[in-house]
Design a protein around this ligand. Structure first.
Ligand code: AMP
Length: 421
């Protein structure tokens, strides 16, 4: 059955922001998680990036905070989101800004590697939501810029990556400073025993929701891998592009420089190609995208970060010129093809020193990607359907829903205003 955001009982200013953002309906993780979260329940979410999990926690947090109307206190956020990397922190911050644009709430994003002046400034003025990476958060806590004593909602995002990155000690240190009476959410793409232990220690009577839509994309995409020497990749790409079936092709490179180099090579081979990445001006990116969408440019070469903003629907092929070292990026990349019910094709070039990346990708997607052996440079590009070796079933909790607690009682109508950061 089709569920709408309105049926999830989110407040009107949030529904309006979602409409403006162009979201038509909630994703499976949102449908499963939001009702529990609005009732104040703790939650264990097994979901990867790309499933819409950020909105799954951001929307109910905004709804709760806007309804609760807590006075904003310097240095004391009401909600804390811990996430492993600065990129994720920035994205989560952007989500809070977008979804909360008609609410009078503030957020701050803090991460290391940059000066702390602006971050401490926002904290001093007071924020409702704090999005942070663990290291910088602990630094600022130790310097007295943040006090977690008033946190009512705590989110631990990408818990498995936190673990991989060696943050578990830092995470425990943060948790020790949180009030005992709080709502806690833990999200993780995988559930190794250590994450289960962590979840058991921080969640109280948590509901468990699990979704794996990326696997669906993965299932619908014909994938193949070609083993090739790094210095043969350009020539191989040119040959592969000769097949007329490759009409609108998104090619991923690891670096911006690599993207530019590849475009030059493609131009020399009479292909229409443009690169989009962070060093290009907004105008240049837009021009490239428009050309690609209109079919004037056949090949768009992108880095992972730049590709996030690409909203082109009928990409026939995704080519991984370089394999990503983060398996999730692979899922994101191939999710760019096979959109809107269509099947797509993803071809990966794997150089010898990328084999380890390939293995982690296959572990993540639980598919052994068919290898095209002895690829003749004159042959048509491979179109081999991948076989799924496993699928995690959705596990919708049957736990009884608790009535929404007093914390969330006053959630109705608050005058919309700008959501400042
Ligand atoms: P996430 O898994 O949170 O990283 O979200 C993945 C992408 O899905 C982001 O670009 C979101 O903006 C987008 N998204 C999240 N929820 C929805 C929705 N209900 N409808 C359409 N797009 C969405």
């Amino acid at each position: 059955m089709h569920t709408t955001f309105a049926e999830l009982q989110l407040m009107e200013p949030i529904l309006r922001a979602l409409r403006e953002r162009g979201y038509e309906s909630p994703t499976p993780i949102q449908i499963q998680a939001i009702p529990h979260l609005l009732m104040g329940r703790d939650l264990l979410g097994i979901a990867q990036t790309g499933t819409g999990k950020t909105a799954a926690f951001a929307l109910p947090i905004l709804d709760f905070l806007a309804g609760a109307r807590r006075p904003r206190r310097p240095r004391q956020p009401s909600a804390l989101v811990l996430t492993p990397t600065r990129e994720l922190a920035a994205q989560i911050g952007d989500s809070f800004r977008d979804y909360g644009r008609h609410l009078d709430l503030r957020h701050a994003v803090i991460f290391g590697g940059v000066g702390q002046g602006r971050q401490t400034g926002s904290l001093r003025r007071g924020v409702d939501v704090l999005v942070a990476t663990p290291g910088r958060l602990i630094d600022l806590m130790e310097q007295g810029h943040v006090d977690l004593g008033a946190v009512e909602v705590f989110v631990l995002d990408e818990a498995d990556r936190m673990l991989d990155m060696g943050f578990v000690h830092a995470v425990r240190k943060v948790i020790a400073k949180l009030p005992r009476d709080r709502q806690s959410l833990l999200f993780s793409a995988t559930m190794p025993a250590e994450i289960m232990r962590l979840a058991n220690s921080i969640l109280r009577d948590g509901v468990r929701v699990e979704v794996t839509p990326p696997a669906t994309t993965v299932d619908r995409t014909a994938q193949s891998v070609l083993h090739v020497g790094q210095n043969q990749k350009q020539a191989l790409l040119v040959k592969v592009l000769r097949d007329p079936e490759l009409q609108r092709v998104l090619v991923f490179t690891r670096t911006k420089h690599g993207a530019d180099r590849l475009v030059k090579h493609l131009h020399r081979s009479d292909e229409t190609a443009e690169a989009i990445h962070g060093n290009k001006s907004q105008n240049a990116r837009q021009r490239a995208l428009d050309g690609f969408r209109a079919g004037r440019i056949k090949v768009l070469v992108a880095t992972d970060i730049a590709a996030r903003g690409i909203d082109v629907h009928d990409i026939t092929h995704v080519i991984n010129f370089d394999l990503p070292n983060v398996p999730e990026s692979y899922v994101h990349r191939i999710g760019r093809t096979a959109r809107a019910g269509r099947d797509g094709t993803a071809i990966s070039f794997c150089a010898h020193d990328e084999r380890e990346h390939l293995r982690s990708i296959e572990r993540e997607i639980r598919i052994s990607i068919p290898v095209v052996e002895g690829y003749s440079f004159e042959a048509a590009p491979p179109r081999v359907r991948a076989e799924t070796t496993g699928n995690r079933a959705a596990d919708c909790s049957r736990q009884k829903r608790r009535r929404r607690g007093a914390r969330a009682s006053g959630r109705k109508a608050r005058q919309p205003a700008a959501f400042a950061s």
